[in-house]
Design a protein around this ligand. Structure first.
Ligand SMILES: Cc1cc2nc3c(=O)[nH]c(=O)nc-3n(C[C@H](O)[C@H](O)[C@H](O)COP(=O)(O)O)c2cc1C
Length: 250
């Protein structure tokens, strides 16, 4: 029950108290992350612990200008990583296949599951966190900034720190209801068609207010420059993953 209580209490924290994370707290978060399940127990991820302030500053700019990244006491980038495994497979069998899109999906899942373990562990220690999805933008730039070899790509970035007083008081955004999101034995398009009503109920807004909010939200999140860049960048990332290594195998 304690874990479930923490899951309900957790909310994103984007402003931090001026207090560093104690070394044992950092270690506990990292150790908890790697206890996550992984496909075939292969741990198809690496965690970049960004301690260099100039790299944090660069990320705060490159990840859609979000200054809180530069101020976070701990910044972790969880990367999908097939570099290590493919190296040993290839050493053993030079004709072995190169990592494909399926391998990328699996490694992404491993990386994100480890990230969420870190988030939950941090919460249990009173440490707040916030994901930054924009780490998948500007893939060429991030590859260079973070020295990522082929078959290592960022899956998730998470900022950590003790919450500021204001953040502690901030209300957690409301969720949809369980029955809105759970479909028994297969997808139900009719139920999904009730999306507007789901939004009305979640927000408490009347339908007209909701329509205005939806317009602003769509413009800010969906029809935005950052989401277009994310799609471009991820397509380039997949292209590099699939194509760059092809020449390696005779
Ligand atoms: C994949 C992912 C990407 C996210 N990217 C950002 C981000 O770039 N900047 C940010 O401030 N919050 C980001 N968030 C946090 C969400 O905005 C937040 O989880 C959501 O609004 C729900 O609020 P809560 O976490 O406080 O409950 C991200 C969350 C996830 C899961």
């Amino acid at each position: 029950m304690q874990t479930i209580g923490e899951l309900f209490a957790r909310k994103s924290v984007r402003a931090y108290a001026p207090r560093p994370l104690e070394p044992e707290v950092r270690e506990a978060i990292l150790a908890a992350a790697i206890q996550a399940p992984s496909a075939g127990n292969m741990s198809l991820y690496s965690i970049l612990d960004i301690t260099n302030q100039s790299i944090k500053d660069a990320l705060a700019e490159s990840c859609d200008h979000q200054p809180f990244i530069a101020e976070a006491p701990m910044v972790l980038i969880f990367c999908a990583d097939y570099h290590r495994w493919y190296s040993v497979f290839r050493e053993q069998e030079p004709q072995t296949r190169t990592p494909g899109v399926g391998d990328l999906f699996l490694a992404q899942a491993d990386a994100i599951i480890a990230a969420q373990n870190a988030v939950v562990a941090a919460q249990s220690l009173g440490v707040g966190s916030c994901y930054v999805g924009d780490i998948t933008e500007r893939s060429e730039y991030h590859r260079e900034l973070l020295h990522l070899p082929l078959y290592v790509v960022p899956a998730a970035m998470v900022c950590f720190g003790y919450p500021s007083q204001q953040q502690l008081k901030r209300e957690k955004p409301r969720r949809f209801r369980v029955e809105d999101l759970v479909y028994e034995n297969g997808y139900d398009c009719e139920k999904a068609a009730a999306m507007r009503q789901m939004l009305v109920e979640r927000s408490g807004k009347d339908p007209e207010e909701l329509e205005q909010w939806l317009r602003r939200f769509r413009i800010r999140k969906w029809d935005s420059a950052f989401s277009q860049e994310m799609s471009r960048s991820c397509a380039a990332m997949v292209q590099a993953w699939v194509c760059e290594g092809q020449g390696e195998n005779p």
